[in-house]
Design a protein around this ligand. Structure first.
Ligand code: NAD
Length: 457
C-alpha cells in the first residue's frame, strides 16, 4: 500500500475517536515505556555504532531523558487533559468560559541524526499524550538507532496509530506533505531544511513546530568563575563531539580573562579525555564522512590553540580550540556542529553584541558571570530561544522549561506539559444560560451607546 492511502487509514483511525480517552493515551505511554526499556541494551549498542556514545552518555542525553519525560507525562496526563476554567468578562456575564484541549489529528514528526532517539521520541510522547495519530520519520543517517526505534515502535503500536516511515527525507517527506494534509508537522533539523518544510506546510496551511539550529554564543564575563566556566563549557561542547544543537558554538571572553580561560579549557579537556581522546571511553565520533569533511575544513580558519588532530578512518576529530579567527571565515558564519571551539575576546559589551547580532535568534545563549546586574543585562540584550547562566545546555533537560528557538532557530516549543500543548488545540467554549436574556443586547440599538461604553471598557 502506498503511503497516502495508509495516511487516509490513519485519518479514519483518528476519526473513530479511539485515541481520545484518557485511559487509551495513558496505556500507550506505558506501552512505549516498556518497549523502550526492553530495548535498553539495543539502544546502547546502536548509539555506540552510530556515534560512539557510551551507555552513560546515552542514558543522560537519550534514553533517560525520554524515560523521565514519559514518567512526567504518565503522572500528569490527567491534569493536563482537564478543561481549563477561565474568567468571563462583564459583557458576557452570566456566561461561563472554558478551554478544552483537543487532539490535532494525524501529525508528522521528523527527527535529525545527532540525538536520533531522544529528538524523535520526546515529541512522540507529547503527541500520544495529546491523543493524536503519529507518523514518525527518523533521520536516515543514524542507521543503527533507526532500526532499533523501528522495533520499539512496531512492537507495541499498530501502523494506523503510529506509523514509522524510513527513507531519504528529501523524497519521503515531500511525497507525504504534498499529498496529504497533516494536522501538524513537528520538525527538528537544520534551518535550511526547516525552510523547505515550512513552505510545504504553508501550501496546505498546516501548522508547524520548527526546532532548528544556529550559532549559540557563550559569553564569559570578567567576573566569571573561570575554572567552573571552562569545565561546564567543555563538557557540553565536546559531548557528542560537538554535534549538539545547543552546544556553545563559540565563546566570547572578556579580554582580561582570555588567557586564564584558554588554560582552564585545555586543562578540562585533558582531564575529561586524556592525551588520546580517540581512545577515550567518553569521547564519540562524527556521524559520517560528509560531516567529517565539512568540520575539518574549519581547522585551517584560525590558530589551533589545542587539538586539531583527526582521523578519517575512524571519523575522529580531536577536541579543538581555535583563536585568531580569519576575517570572514566560514567557522564564524556556519553552525559548527563539531568539536571546534572558537574563542574570541571582547573588551566592551557592544563589541561582543556586534558578533552576536550577525547570527540573530540563537537557539541557546549562555553567560558566565557572578554579577546579577550583568546577568540581567545579557539576558535582556540577546533574543535567544533558551539558555543558562553559569551553565551550558542543561536547561533542555528540565522538562518544566519550554524548549525551542525563535525566528531563525525555530518556532514553537515542547518538553513536559509544553509538548502536550504543542500537540493539542485549545478549543475555547462559552456557555450562556437561557434564563437571562436582556433586550439591550438586541436591535434596535439607537440610544444604547452610553450603556455599551459602560459595559465594554
Ligand atoms: P537535516 O535537516 O539534514 O535532517 C533532519 C530531517 O529532515 C531528517 O529526518 C531528514 O531525513 C529530513 N530531510 C532532509 N532533507 C529533507 C527535505 N529536503 N525535505 C524534507 N525532509 C528532509 O538535519 P540534520 O543534519 O539531521 O540535523 C542537524 C541540524 O539540526 C543542525 O542544524 C542542528 O542544530 C539542528 N538540530 C536542532 C535541534 C533542536 O532541538 N532545535 C536538535 C538537533 C539538531
Amino acid at each position: 500500500m502506498d503511503h497516502i492511502s495508509h495516511l487516509e487509514k490513519m485519518r479514519q483511525y483518528f476519526d473513530s475517536g479511539i485515541t481520545k480517552p484518557y485511559a487509551f493515551r495513558k496505556e500507550q505511554l506505558q506501552k512505549l515505556k516498556r518497549s523502550i526499556l526492553s530495548h535498553e541494551q539495543d539502544l546502547y549498542d546502536a548509539l555506540y555504532a552510530d556515534l560512539k556514545k557510551s551507555p552513560e552518555e546515552t542514558w543522560v542525553t537519550e534514553t533517560g531523558m525520554v524515560i523521565s519525560e514519559l514518567n512526567a507525562a504518565i503522572k500528569d496526563l490527567k491534569s493536563w487533559m482537564e478543561p481549563e476554567r477561565v474568567a468571563t468578562n462583564l459583557l458576557n456575564l452570566p456566561s461561563g468560559s472554558k478551554v478544552l484541549k483537543e487532539p490535532l489529528g494525524v501529525v508528522l514528526i521528523i527527527g535529525p541524526w545527532n540525538y536520533p532517539f531522544q529528538l524523535l521520541i520526546n515529541p512522540l510522547i507529547g503527541a500520544i499524550a495529546a491523543g493524536n495519530c503519529v507518523v514518525l520519520k527518523p533521520s536516515e543517517f543514524a542507521t543503527a538507532t533507526e532500526m532499533v526505534m523501528k522495533k520499539i515502535i512496531e512492537a507495541v503500536f499498530p501502523p494506523e496509530y503510529i506509523f514509522y516511515v524510513q527513507g531519504n527525507g528529501a523524497v519521503v517527506v515531500p511525497a507525504m506533505m504534498n499529498n496529504f494534509s497533516f494536522d501538524h508537522v513537528f520538525y527538528t533539523g537544520s534551518t535550511a531544511v526547516g525552510k523547505i518544510i515550512y513552505k510545504m506546510a504553508a501550501e496546505r496551511l498546516v501548522p508547524v513546530t520548527l526546532e532548528l539550529g544556529g550559532k549559540s554564543p557563550c559569553v564569559v564575563e570578567e567576573d566569571a568563575n573561570i575554572n567552573v566556566a571552562a569545565r561546564r563549557i567543555a563538557v557540553t561542547k565536546f559531548s557528542n563531539v560537538g554535534q549538539m544543537c545547543v552546544a556553545p558554538d563559540y565563546v566570547l571572553v572578556h579580554a582580561s580573562k582570555k588567557e586564564a580561560l584558554l588554560a582552564a579549557l585545555k586543562k578540562s579537556i585533558q582531564q575529561f579525555f586524556g592525551d588520546k581522546p580517540e581512545e577515550s571511553y567518553s569521547y564519540g565520533k562524527i556521524i559520517n564522512e560528509k560531516q567529517f569533511n565539512r568540520v575539518i575544513g574549519y581547522l585551517q580558519q584560525g590558530t589551533i590553540e589545542y587539538g586539531g588532530r583527526f582521523d578519517k578512518s575512524t571519523l575522529f576529530i580531536e577536541p579543538t580550540i581555535l583563536t585568531d579567527i580569519q576575517p570572514g571565515a566560514a567557522v564564524m558564519s556556519d553552525e559548527i556542529f563539531g568539536p571546534i571551539l572558537p574563542v574570541i575576546s571582547f573588551t566592551t559589551k557592544e563589541e561582543a553584541m556586534q558578533i552576536i547580532r550577525q547570527h540573530p535568534n540563537p537557539l541557546a545563549f549562555y553567560v558566565f558571570t557572578s554579577s546579577g546586574t550583568r546577568e540581567n543585562d545579557w539576558l535582556n540584550s540577546v533574543a535567544f530561544g533558551g539558555g543558562c547562566v553559569n551553565n551550558a545546555s542543561w536547561h533542555l533537560t528540565n522538562h518544566h522549561l519550554p524548549f525551542g528557538g525563535r525566528g531563525f532557530s525555530g518556532s514553537g516549543n515542547y518538553h513536559g506539559k509544553y509538548s502536550f500543548e504543542t500537540f493539542s488545540h485549545k478549543k475555547a467554549v462559552m456557555k450562556t444560560p437561557t434564563w437571562f436574556d436582556p433586550a439591550i443586547k438586541y436591535p434596535p440599538f439607537k440610544g444604547k451607546l452610553k450603556l455599551f461604553k459602560w459595559v465594554i471598557r
